[in-house]
Design a protein around this ligand. Structure first.
Ligand code: C5P
Length: 323
């Protein structure tokens, strides 16, 4: 699918989707396909991106099934939000994976066919270890499944999502999950109540691939199990969850960005019940006993970080929103 601007018509579907954090992440080793075998507990947090999707194009042709077989794709991003353009944009990549399932092909040079316009409004930090790009990809799958009339079930979308990226299947489902394999094999986990966090972002992003390469050079697989995290989630015990937070990508990310280790210590010194790197970083996550303590913690550390967000978890999954 090519990129192009066009005159516009058609309904707009909007999907609001939360970011995720890893409460536990253990690396079991390197797989034959080069990815790392993981055991991880993922949970959505109340930091949301909004993606809207609509059909535009030559008047009268947008809604005709025959003319929709070939489709242009346009992704609108907001200046300054740092959303990648072109092939690096995961929302667009998701559209290209779903397209063939809906009988939609790239237009092969024709320019008078309908256009699917995706518009991404980001709040989840870009390349921050919170699945920001993966959330947009999942929102794109959910929105286009309806806009294009594909009628795939959430399970079918979840299968397809693994082709777009390792975190995308979880983002399609949301909630709280134990993930294995590349991170794409999911089992829902019981979580009682809500937990209160601050999410502290860095100005400079960190490449997931670079963090895993550093892990290859410096770290070894472990057999640590997520039992303590799962128990704390079941028991609605923020203190126990704080003590159990665990991420084996920390040594690799902290080697690439030594200031992150100090920043994590700063969160603990400021009274967090626990702190951990989110995914492959550089976002750091700190847990507080309740919403008011999270606000206090955010106030105490705001100076140290680019942006500090007060959030709660779990935050559900993708939802259609009214416009
Ligand atoms: O799957 P995704 O495109 O999100 O992964 C980005 C990069 O992170 C991969 O290219 C790979 O280097 C690394 N990765 C990994 N093992 C995983 C997930 C990601 O090595 N389980």
């Amino acid at each position: 699918m090519l990129q192009r601007h066009d005159h516009e018509e058609g309904v707009t579907l909007s999907v609001r989707i939360p970011g995720k954090v890893n409460l536990f992440l253990a690396v079991r080793g390197v797989r034959d396909d080069g990815y790392h075998e993981l055991t991880t507990v993922m949970q959505t947090v109340s930091v949301y991106d909004e993606l809207s999707a609509r059909l535009a194009g030559p008047p009268g042709r947008v809604h005709h099934p025959a003319t929709r077989r070939r489709m242009l794709l346009q992704v609108k991003t907001r200046p300054g939000q740092g959303v990648p353009e072109g092939e690096a944009n995961l929302a667009a990549r998701a559209a290209r994976v779903l397209g063939p399932r809906a009988g939609i092909m790239a237009p092969n040079g024709e320019m008078d066919c309908p256009t699917t316009v995706l518009d991404v409004d980001k709040t989840i930090p870009v390349a921050g270890g919170m699945a920001g790009g993966s959330a947009d990809a999942a929102a794109s799958l959910v929105a286009l499944n309806r806009l294009w009339g594909c009628e795939l079930s959430r399970d079918e979308l979840r299968e397809l999502a693994g082709e777009v990226g390792s975190d995308v299947p979880f983002c399609v489902v949301g909630g709280t999950a134990l993930a294995t394999g590349r991170g794409t094999e999911l089992a829902q986990v019981l979580c009682r109540g809500a937990f209160h966090w601050i999410v502290a972002t860095s100005r400079e992003s960190l490449s997931t691939a670079a963090v895993y390469r550093m892990w290859d050079g410096r770290c070894a697989p472990t057999e640590v199990e997520p039992d303590a995290v799962l128990q704390a989630l079941r028991a609605e015990d923020a203190e126990a969850l704080g003590a159990a937070l665990h991420n084996e990508l920390e040594p690799a990310a902290f080697h690439l960005r030594p200031e992150l280790a100090k920043a994590k210590q700063g969160l603990l010194d400021a009274g967090a019940l626990g702190a951990v790197l989110s995914g492959s970083g550089p976002t750091l996550l700190a847990i507080a006993a309740d919403a008011a303590s999270a606000e206090d913690l955010a106030e105490a550390v705001r100076e140290r970080f680019n942006r500090v967000l007060v959030t709660r978890s779990p935050a559900g999954g993708p939802e259609f929103s009214q416009r």
